[in-house]
Design a protein around this ligand. Structure first.
Ligand code: DHB
Ligand code: MG
Length: 224
């Protein structure tokens, strides 16, 4: 009566509030067929990101960790004409799957996919003068989460929104995860969120198709 119930409620919510989208379904099918790990966000979480982007009036979005492009499609659909989503993906095979999924969703001209370790592509974006981004979604490997947040802050402006996935990990963040590099990365991420005066943040635990996890949400309040 835990995971089974959480999944049933997510399906209930999706049936009522999330109209079928063949491109999103196709993206998940193609990702699974290509052997990508099932680390994509849930449909209800995708809609949450989309609504946050719409509330923010985002015209530029940065995604750190794109996997098969599922969240990029949700976010890309929130952008107005002329809007841009820059999606960073470290694995060239995953990026190819994402490219095809995003193109199939009709977002070829909206989503720019940059291939390479985000710790390389983030400084390149800064060098190129890209940004500030109105919204940044961090969902890559968790070991370097604090570094991704540091770059997100550099690529922000006062008013930018930063969202990060997987900040609870079944409760491991507050458990005995001392020997786990991912848990340590998430804890260092929280420490930076807590100490950096440029951002005001909280985190919300979630249950659902993705088990027990959570999103951190921060509003950039001060300039870089
Ligand atoms: C993992 C990564 C994710 O982004 C996620 O949502 C779930 C799991 C992982 O690396 O295990
Ligand atoms: Mg994730």
């Amino acid at each position: 009566m835990t995971q089974q119930r959480w999944s049933a409620v997510d399906r209930y919510i999706a049936d009522l509030l999330l109209p079928p989208d063949p491109s999103l379904d196709a993206a998940l099918e193609a990702s699974a067929a290509a052997g990508l790990p099932a680390h994509h966000i849930s449909p209800a979480q995708g809609k949450l990101l989309q609504l946050l982007a719409l509330m923010q009036g985002a015209q530029t979005i940065l995604e750190v960790g794109t996997l098969g492009g599922y969240s990029a499609i949700w976010l890309g659909r929130a952008l107005p004409v002329g809007g841009r989503l820059v999606a960073l993906e470290g694995d060239p095979g995953y990026a190819a799957v994402a490219r095809a999924n995003v193109d199939r969703a009709g977002l070829a001209d909206v989503v720019e996919i940059r291939v390479g370790p985000a710790l390389d592509t983030l400084p390149l974006l800064a060098e190129e003068g890209r940004g500030p981004f109105d919204m940044i979604f961090i969902d890559a490997d968790k070991r370097s989460n604090a570094e991704y947040l540091a770059w997100a802050l550099e690529l922000s402006r006062p008013g930018s929104v930063i969202v990060a996935d997987n900040v609870v990990r079944g409760g491991a963040v507050a458990g005995d995860g001392d020997g786990d590099a991912s848990v340590q990365g998430v804890r260092r991420f929280y420490e930076l969120l807590a100490s950096d005066p440029r951002v005001s943040a909280t985190a919300i635990q979630t249950v659902g198709l993705k088990g027990h996890d959570g999103f951190a949400i921060g509003l950039v309040t001060g300039g870089a």
